[in-house]
Design a protein around this ligand. Structure first.
Ligand code: SF4
Length: 160
C-alpha cells in the first residue's frame, strides 16, 4: 500500500479536542498570541514525566494543535518546561538556560519533583525545587502528571 493511501485510510487518530478550562491567561502568555515555543529541561527527573510529555505531544493528545511546540534551543523558546528536582549538576545549567530564553519568558514546573522535590526531597544530590533556582509561572502537579493535565496546562498559556 502506498504511503498516501495508508494515510487516507488511517485518518485522524487524535482524540477530539476537549473544552478548554476557562482559566485566565497570564499576561506574559497573552502577549504571545496563542503560540508557545517550549524548551524542555530535565533538571533531575526519573524520566517518568518525560514519558508523559512524549504522550502529550504524541498523535493521540497532540498538544501542537493548541499552539504549543517543543523546540531545540532556549533561544527559540518562549517558555521552559522543567521536570525533576534540581540536582547539583543541573543548577547552573538550568539558570543559564533560563537566561538564554528571550523576554517575556515563562517557566512551567512539571510534576511533583519540580514543584517541591517530591520523593527526592532531602536527597544529597538535590539543591531544591525549580522555584528555588528560577521563577516559576505555572505548576503542574502529579507524579507524573498525565498527558491530559500537561495539555490543559499548556492550553492555559496558549488560550486555545
Ligand atoms: S514527579 Fe514522579 S515521575 Fe516526575 S520526575 Fe518526579 S518521581 Fe519521576
Amino acid at each position: 500500500m502506498s504511503l498516501w493511501r495508508k494515510i487516507v485510510k488511517t485518518g485522524r487518530v487524535a482524540e477530539p479536542a476537549p473544552e478548554r478550562e476557562p482559566t485566565e491567561i497570564p499576561d506574559k502568555a497573552a502577549e504571545l498570541g496563542g503560540s508557545l515555543q517550549i524548551r524542555h529541561v530535565d533538571a533531575g527527573s526519573c524520566n517518568g514525566c518525560e514519558v508523559e510529555i512524549a504522550a502529550a505531544f504524541g498523535p493521540v493528545h497532540d498538544a501542537e494543535r493548541y499552539g504549543a511546540r517543543l523546540v531545540a534551543s532556549p533561544r527559540h523558546a518562549d517558555a521552559l518546561l522543567v521536570t525533576g528536582p534540581v540536582t547539583r549538576n543541573m543548577k547552573t545549567a538550568l539558570r543559564r538556560t533560563y537566561e538564554a530564553v528571550p523576554e517575556p519568558r515563562m517557566v512551567v514546573a512539571l510534576g511533583d519533583c519540580a514543584r517541591d522535590c517530591g520523593i527526592f526531597k532531602g536527597a544529597y544530590g538535590v539543591v531544591g525545587a525549580v522555584s528555588d533556582v528560577v521563577p516559576v509561572d505555572v505548576e503542574v502537579p502529579g507524579c507524573p502528571p498525565p498527558p491530559e493535565a500537561i495539555v490543559a496546562a499548556l492550553r492555559g498559556l496558549t488560550g486555545r
